[in-house]
Each structure stands twice: as structure tokens, then as C-alpha cells.
Design a protein around this ligand. Sequence first.
Ligand SMILES: NC(=O)c1ccc[n+]([C@@H]2O[C@H](COP(=O)([O-])OP(=O)(O)OC[C@H]3O[C@@H](n4cnc5c(N)ncnc54)[C@H](O)[C@@H]3O)[C@@H](O)[C@H]2O)c1
Length: 316
Amino acid sequence: MRWTSVSTSGRGLAPDGKRLPHLGLTGPTGPRAKPPECDPTGSVSVGSWPGLGGGGWSHGGKLLRRFQDQVALVTGGGQGIGEATLRRLAQEGARVVVADINPAGAEAVAERIRAEGGEALAVTCDVQDEAAVEALVQASLAHFGQIDILVSNAGVTRDNLIHKMTLAEWDQVIQIHTRGAFLCARAVARNMVSRQRGKMVFLSSTSALGNPGQANYSTAKAGLQGLTRTLALELGRFKINVNAVAPGFVDTAMTRAVAERLHLSVEDFQRRAVERIPLGRLGQPEDIAAMIAFLCSEDASYVSGQVIYVNGGRSN
Ligand SMILES: NC(=O)c1ccc[n+]([C@@H]2O[C@H](COP(=O)([O-])OP(=O)(O)OC[C@H]3O[C@@H](n4cnc5c(N)ncnc54)[C@H](O)[C@@H]3O)[C@@H](O)[C@H]2O)c1
């Protein structure tokens, strides 16, 4: 596969492609061992799709390529739901930007997508950092020329009961989820508004409806529902759809860490969770990715300002 490195014209990028604070760009085989070959036209690399051998989604025997010629940026893409979303969008033809605070995670996911025949750019970015988010969007535009889809997915939990919760735990969760989503939406909207097209999806949670030990997280996730509805009102005239997906229990590192905090084995913790889920199984990252892909597709072109719960039937 041919790979063309990122144009270095983006703000915050060192000419040799080395990572700046809060922003890193890495090549297809890990951190760049040599300076990138700059494409003076700023044009995009083209990876070949190997056909069905590389995977792919079909409906009625027809290969789904709903995101052909589109570019998707997913924050928190280095693992979990973000990774599954990136892989799904790439398998359906999108060129993707894997943004994550963890450079190794971002690069590993980008490399996996390339190995599957897709085209991916890894960018290290802390979504709380205004300059880093601006640089992320500039790097994405310099590399791919456009952004059609934003999935604002980066997140953390810092659970504690209210009388024990520190201000740092409160601030960190609120900042990453709400400030991060705001910064990403604002930066990406400029490109989408000028092109009069785009899809945004924010990751909310069933915790928005209330969950003990998560005053910070449930506040942030409820806030994202307000952001979703407001941006749908503001951006609809520019043909931009804005929706939120609110997962229930999904088997990722985030929920496995809860088991550890509760001094339970992962198996026990998951078994107890499954007992409360009407559909009788844990959510998988691919379940959430499928809904995000639907919301980003033309099948959902008249869906905006909605919060879709994907939770196996249990909302709280
Ligand atoms: N797992 C669940 O059960 C569940 C349920 C509801 C909602 N969600 C939401 O879905 C999203 C993804 O969750 P997950 O389970 O895949 O979590 P995860 O912990 O597996 O992945 C989160 C990713 O976000 C990245 N990240 C964290 N802080 C960041 C920052 N400041 N800037 C950029 N990247 C950052 C992490 O490095 C990681 O790669 C989160 O917003 C989460 O709140 C998850």
C-alpha cells in the first residue's frame, strides 16, 4: 500500500513530523524513523482496498460501502468503542483519523486498519487542549482534505461517591467529555459548515439518567445530550446531522477497570451486569459502532438531535 505522509503545513506540526506537546503524528509502522516525504499538493494517500478478503459489511449480499470518499475523525480511537467505530467506518470505505491521547494506541489502531486495506492517519491529541484539537483538525484536513464525520468518543471515568469525590475527579471528567466535545465540534464544524455537509455523533451514556458513584460522569454525559440537541438546531441549516449514542454496559477497558475498583473479578462483575440486561449479554464495542455507522450514513439523513440508547434493553 502506498502511504503519503501528512502535509506539514498544519499548525502545531513540526516539519520533521515529530510529535509536539499534546500532538503527535506517526507513520504506518510506528513513530517515524525518517522525515516524512511532504506531498506538496497536500493530496491524500490512497490505500488499495483488497476486496472482501480484508473484511467488509454486506446487506442482502451487497457490500456496504456507505462511507466511500468520506473522511471520519474519531477521538479516543486508540481502543474500545472508538477502535470498533474506526474499523467499521474504514471497512465501509471511509478514510479515517485515529485521534487519541495515547500515541501507541492510536498508531496500533491505524496500523490495524491499514493491514485490513483501509487508510488511516494516527494523531496524538488531548481533547481538552484547545491548541491540540485545532492542530488535530488542521492535520486531518492537510492529510485528507476534508472531514465528513466526527465521532466525539474520548472519555474517562473517575468514579466516587459525592462526599468523597475530589475536585480533580470532577473537573477531569467534565473537561474531557464536555470541553473536549465542544472543542472538537467547533473545530470540525468550520469545515463542515463551509462544505454544507457533515455528521457528528457524541458518545453519551445510560449514566446520563443517573448512576451512583458517577456524579461527574452522569453530569457530563447528560450535558452531551444538551450539546447534541443544540448543535442539531444550529447546524441543521448547513445540512449537518448531530446525534448522540448512549451505550449501556459495553465490554471495554473502561468497564473492566470498574471491576477492579469494586474488588470483583471481571467475570463476576460481568455476570452481575448481564443478569440486569434484558437481552442477556454484554454490549460489545461493535454493537455501538454499528449504531454510530448508521447515524453517519445516508440511511439516517433525516435523523438529527436524537439520543439513541444502545443498551440491550436496560436504560439505567
Ligand atoms: N464502555 C462502556 O460501557 C461505555 C458506556 C457508555 C458510554 N461509554 C463512552 O464511550 C466512550 C468510549 O468508551 P470506551 O469504553 O471505549 O473507553 P476506553 O477507556 O476503552 O477508551 C477510551 C479512549 O479514550 C482515550 N482518551 C481518554 N482521555 C482522552 C483525552 N483527554 N484525549 C483523547 N483521548 C482520550 C483513551 O486513551 C482511550 O483510548 C467514552 O466516551 C465512554 O464514556 C462507554
